[in-house]
Design a protein around this ligand. Structure first.
Ligand SMILES: Nc1ncnc2c1ncn2[C@@H]1O[C@H](COP(=O)(O)OP(=O)(O)O)[C@@H](O)[C@H]1O
Ligand SMILES: [Mg+2]
Length: 163
């Protein structure tokens, strides 16, 4: 199996977070699953907005907190985006238990707050963890992206390697 690439990015603004999301979106293929971990306000939804742009989705992405999941159809030939917010799920859950109105083989799935809550999602999910500084006024986020496969090594080459 191809190795896992783990790269760290310093993301100084919300726009830069969207740019990083867009890079990941351009690299994604149908049936990829992205698990986004980070505290409230870390920037998971902001990242997902860029992800949608990278996938070629025209619709605006907002937080799905009051629904579990939202499906954004592709404007073109690319995969749809399924945006799940696992925050309100009490325990581990499998994607197929969510009864999503989407063909997951033709979608990219992104799960906010996935860490520890969502099990059995995918054989090798793309892990994105966002950490903000203790200082609320500091907009900088440290984003660590971990993904398996050569396309990811190439796409993430600008990040700082993490051992
Ligand atoms: N570097 C940054 N990256 C991401 N968001 C940022 C950054 N700096 C400021 N922000 C702001 O922080 C907030 C993040 O909110 P959101 O993306 O909804 O977080 P989450 O989905 O993790 O709860 C947004 O208002 C965004 O504009
Ligand atoms: Mg959110």
């Amino acid at each position: 199996m191809s190795p896992v690439a783990t790269r760290r990015f310093s993301v100084v603004t919300a726009d830069a977070m969207r740019d990083l999301g867009a890079l990941v979106g351009r690299t994604c293929l149908a049936s990829d699953v992205i698990v986004l971990t980070g505290d409230l306000g870390a920037g998971k939804t902001t990242f997902t907005q860029g992800l949608a742009v990278g996938l070629g989705i025209d619709e605006a992405v907002t937080s799905p907190t009051f629904v579990i999941a939202r499906v954004h159809p592709s404007a073109g030939a690319g995969p749809d985006l399924v945006h799940v917010d696992a925050y309100r799920l009490g325990s581990a859950v499998e994607l197929d238990e969510l009864d999503l109105e989407a063909d997951l083989n033709r979608s990219v799935v992104v799960v906010e707050w996935g860490g520890g809550l969502v099990g059995g999602l995918a054989e090798s999910p793309i892990d994105v963890s966002i950490v903000r500084s203790d200082d609320d006024a500091d907009e900088m986020r440290i984003v660590t992206v971990s993904a398996r496969g050569e396309r990811w090594e190439t796409a993430l080459a600008d990040g700082e390697p993490v051992a």
